[in-house]
Design a binder for this molecule. Sequence first.
Ligand SMILES: Nc1ncnc2c1ncn2[C@@H]1O[C@H](COP(=O)(O)OP(=O)(O)OP(=O)(O)O)[C@@H](O)[C@H]1O
Length: 267
Amino acid sequence: MKPSETPLLSGSGITKVFGFGNNKTIALQDIDFSFREGEIVSIVGESGSGKTTLAKILMGLLKETTGEVLYKGLPRQLRKHSQRKRYWKDIQAIFQDPFSSFNLFHKVVRLLDDCIELQGLKLNKEERLRRMKEACSFVNLKFEELMNKYPFELSGGQMQRLMIARIFMLHPKVLIADEPTSMIDACSRSTILDMLLKLRDENNMTIIFITHDVGLAYYISDTLYIMERGRIVERGPAESIILNPTHDYTRQLIEDVPKIHEEWNLA
Ligand SMILES: Nc1ncnc2c1ncn2[C@@H]1O[C@H](COP(=O)(O)OP(=O)(O)OP(=O)(O)O)[C@@H](O)[C@H]1O
């Protein structure tokens, strides 16, 4: 499915300032963005460039200092708990550290069953089990083997798959994925990325991928946003940015991608 032309989530003039006086940090400075339905966007930048701050603002976990975020063309209303709950039905995130996404005192079966609860679905036990098994098999996990385990009894890769199984069950309209493959090897990484692409194709989900890895971003995205010190310095179709970067910072990021076939110069 091709991304639609209508903006689903957009923002203009977004600035985020942390602290005051000498301790002031401008994490985001006058950012504009517009993400369409079914689009895969990567936000790429070095550590400290403001990516996670932007992800948290998109999620509604942090309030922007100035500017406005629109969802489905309207200003977001997140003051009341009920409004946030409704927003989080549509917008979900998976973070770098899978431990932060799970309640560590709940077994896998409960973590998956909660997704059915969150959707407000009233289903009988067989149907609940069927959906949980289906979600696990989507990410190549065996439900029967894992259902009675706690998150800390799983490997990093299994936890990351479990996070994607939850997204499969929740089918949000927007998924914010903050370095979701950082804890796994290259082979499992491409499997996870392929799973995310499949989810986009099946549900027309918008995926906002936060990463410092421009190679990875190119592999997965339709559109790239390049961030440097709180500003978006370049944006556009992934291919044209990689082939014809116009900003020095983007050129530097591309240069820094390891070229495995080139000889190392350690001099
Ligand atoms: N709660 C906070 N209080 C004060 N400063 C903060 C806070 N959160 C982030 N910052 C600062 O804002 C800037 C942007 O941080 P952010 O975490 O968004 O960067 P990032 O691009 O996600 O980095 P990384 O790739 O290392 O996760 C940094 O200078 C950081 O120190």
